[in-house]
Design a protein around this ligand. Structure first.
Ligand SMILES: Cc1cc2nc3c(=O)[nH]c(=O)nc-3n(C[C@H](O)[C@H](O)[C@H](O)COP(=O)(O)OP(=O)(O)OC[C@H]3O[C@@H](n4cnc5c(N)ncnc54)[C@H](O)[C@@H]3O)c2cc1C
Length: 451
C-alpha cells in the first residue's frame, strides 16, 4: 500500500505519522514548512506575538501585586527572531518524528496528473509517485478582497504582522471574527491604538452573546474603538497611513490596516480536474464523513475540506484518514465528530467553548440545564490578580451528561480540555464533581459549576 500526502500541515503530518505507524509506505510532499501554515503563519506566530503582548499586560497588571515594574520596551527584531526560532524548532521536531517513522519527505509542489499519479516539482526536477491512496491537505490562505491592495507595509494581511516592520500607532482591524479579535488584543497589548470594524452589532457574531459581551467590555475598558454595523469596502493609502472606507459612508484613518476576513482554500493547481475530484462551493473539496472525496481512494482533510478551520480538527481528520486507509470501514473506525471540537480565542480574557451552545439549544427547543460560576469566587483567580470571566456548563437534565460549555477567563484555552474530554466521552457532571482537583487552581471552578 502506497499512501501519498500533499501538504504537511497538521492534517498531512498527523496522517503521515499515524499511517506509517500502522505499517503503510508513506510519502509526504510539502512545498514550504513541515508543520504547515499552522506553524509558519497562523497558530504559532500569532500566539507567540500574543504571548509577548501578554508579558507587557502582565507588567502593567503586577502593580496590584506589590511589585513596581517599568512598562517594558519592545524590540521588534528580537520578536521576529524568537518567532523564527520557535517555528524552526517545531519543524525540526516534526521532521525527526517523520524520519523515525520512515516517512519519505519530499520538498516540492505537488499536483495530481490522474487519480493515482502525483507529480512533485522539486529543486532537482520532477518526481512522479504512483499511489493507492492520496490525501489532499493543502490548507488555506487569507482571503484578500479586490478593494484592498496589500502592500506588506501599511495594508497588512495577518502574515505581515509577525511583527510588522514598525509598530503601528493606530491599526484599523477589519473583521471581527476569531482572528480579528485576537489581533485587536495583540496590538492593544503592545500599546497600539486600535479600531475594530464590526460588520454586525456584536463582535464574534458566531459566538454566545454573553461570551462576546465580556470581550466587548474588556475592549472598552482597554480603550479599543469599535465601529459597529459597518462593512469595510475600501482601504486607501495616504501620506500619513491609511483610510478605511465603510459601506455606510463612515471612514476611519489609521497608520495601518490589517485584514482578517477569512480564508480561501488552496485547491487550485492541485490537478483536481485531471484526477476527477469534485469541488464544492468556494473551491473547497467535498468530502463525506470519512473525509473521502467522490473518489474513494482520494481523501481531503484540514482547511481544504471546508469543515471547521482549526488545527486540532485538521489533525483529527488526518489521523482518521490514516485509520481508514489502513483498515477501511471497520467497527472500530470512528469518523471525526466536529461537534465535540473545542475552540479557543486567545484574547484577554481567553474564551473557549465546546459542544452544544446555550443559544443553539434554545433555538432547537431542547431542554438543558445551565450552571455558571464566576471566577470572582476562585481563590486562584484572586491570588493571580485576575478574576475576570466565568465557567458555564450545559448538561442534559435527564441524564446529567455534559453536552457543552464555555469558559471565559485566564487559561480558558487550557481549562476547556476537561470539558472537551467530558463531551467526547459523554461523561456526567457527577464525574467532574467527584474528580479531586488541585487546590488552589482555576480548574476548581469547573467542579463548582458541575456541582
Ligand atoms: C492568523 C491565524 C491564526 C490561527 N490560529 C489558530 C489557533 O490558535 N488554533 C487553531 O486550532 N487553529 C488556528 N488557525 C487555523 C489553523 O491555522 C488551520 O486550521 C490549520 O492550519 C489547517 O491545517 P491544514 O493541515 O489544513 O493546513 P495548513 O496548516 O494550511 O498546511 C497546508 C500545507 O500544505 C502545503 N501545500 C499547499 N499546496 C501544496 C502543494 N501543491 N504541494 C505541496 N505542498 C502544498 C502548504 O505549504 C502548507 O504547509 C489560525 C488561522 C489563522 C489564519
Amino acid at each position: 500500500m502506497k499512501f501519498v500526502i500533499i501538504g504537511g500541515g497538521p492534517a498531512g503530518n498527523q496522517a503521515a505519522t499515524h499511517a506509517a505507524m500502522l505499517g503503510v509506505e508513506v510519502t509526504l510532499i510539502e512545498r514550504d514548512v513541515i508543520g504547515g501554515a499552522a506553524n509558519l503563519w497562523d497558530c504559532i506566530p500569532s500566539k507567540a506575538m500574543i504571548a509577548t503582548g501578554g508579558a507587557m499586560s502582565y507588567l502593567r497588571r503586577i502593580d496590584g501585586m506589590g511589585v513596581v515594574a517599568d512598562e517594558g520596551a519592545l524590540d521588534l527584531e528580537l520578536i521576529r527572531q524568537r518567532i523564527a526560532r520557535i517555528v524552526g524548532d517545531l519543524e525540526h521536531a516534526k521532521e525527526k518524528i517523520l524520519q523515525s517513522q520512515q516517512v519519505e519527505v519530499v520538498r516540492g509542489t505537488a499536483r495530481m496528473v490522474d487519480s493515482h499519479m502525483v507529480v512533485a516539482s522539486t529543486a532537482d526536477g520532477e518526481r512522479t509517485f504512483e499511489a493507492d491512496a492520496i490525501l489532499l491537505s493543502t490548507g488555506s490562505r487569507p482571503r484578500v478582497p479586490g478593494w484592498a491592495a496589500l502592500d506588506g507595509d501599511r495594508i497588512l494581511a495577518t502574515q505581515d504582522a509577525y511583527p510588522p516592520r514598525v509598530l503601528p500607532e493606530h491599526v484599523v482591524v477589519i473583521g471581527s471574527g476569531v482572528t480579528g479579535v485576537e489581533f485587536v488584543h495583540l496590538f492593544r497589548s503592545l500599546g497600539c491604538e486600535v479600531t475594530l470594524i464590526v460588520s454586525r452589532q456584536q463582535v464574534l457574531p458566531q459566538k454566545d452573546p454573553e461570551v462576546a459581551a465580556v470581550l466587548e467590555a474588556d475592549f472598552s475598558v482597554r480603550g479599543v474603538h469599535l465601529l459597529k454595523g459597518a462593512r469595510a469596502v475600501g482601504v486607501d493609502r495616504t501620506p500619513e497611513g491609511v483610510i478605511v472606507r465603510c459601506d455606510d459612508g463612515r471612514a476611519v484613518a489609521g497608520s495601518h490596516a490589517l485584514l482578517a476576513i477569512g480564508s480561501v482554500p488552496n485547491s487550485e493547481g492541485l490537478g483536481l480536474g485531471e484526477a476527477g475530484v469534485e469541488m464544492g462551493a468556494g473551491g473547497y473539496v467535498t468530502i463525506n464523513r470519512h473525509c473521502q472525496t467522490n473518489l474513494p481512494h482520494i481523501f481531503a482533510a484540514g482547511d481544504l475540506s471546508g469543515k471547521l478551520p482549526l488545527s486540532s480538527v485538521a489533525s483529527m481528520q488526518g489521523r482518521q484518514v490514516a485509520e481508514y486507509v489502513v483498515r477501511g470501514h471497520t467497527a472500530s473506525h470512528r469518523h471525526p465528530n466536529y461537534e465535540s471540537a473545542p475552540s479557543a480565542i486567545f484574547t484577554e480574557p481567553e474564551i473557549a467553548d465546546v459542544g452544544l451552545a446555550e443559544a443553539d439549544a434554545f433555538a432547537e427547543g431542547r431542554k438543558i440545564r445551565v450552571t455558571k460560576v464566576p471566577f470572582a469566587a476562585s481563590a486562584r483567580a484572586l491570588i493571580d490578580n485576575d478574576s475576570r470571566g466565568f465557567v458555564k456548563i450545559i448538561t442534559d437534565p435527564a441524564t446529567g451528561i455534559v453536552l457543552g460549555g464555555s469558559i471565559v477567563g485566564r487559561n480558558a484555552s487550557e481549562l476547556i480540555s476537561v470539558l472537551a474530554v467530558a463531551v467526547t466521552g459523554r461523561l456526567r457532571v457527577a464525574d467532574i464533581v467527584e474528580s479531586m482537583l488541585v487546590h488552589p487552581t482555576l480548574g476548581e471552578a469547573l467542579a463548582e459549576a458541575a456541582d
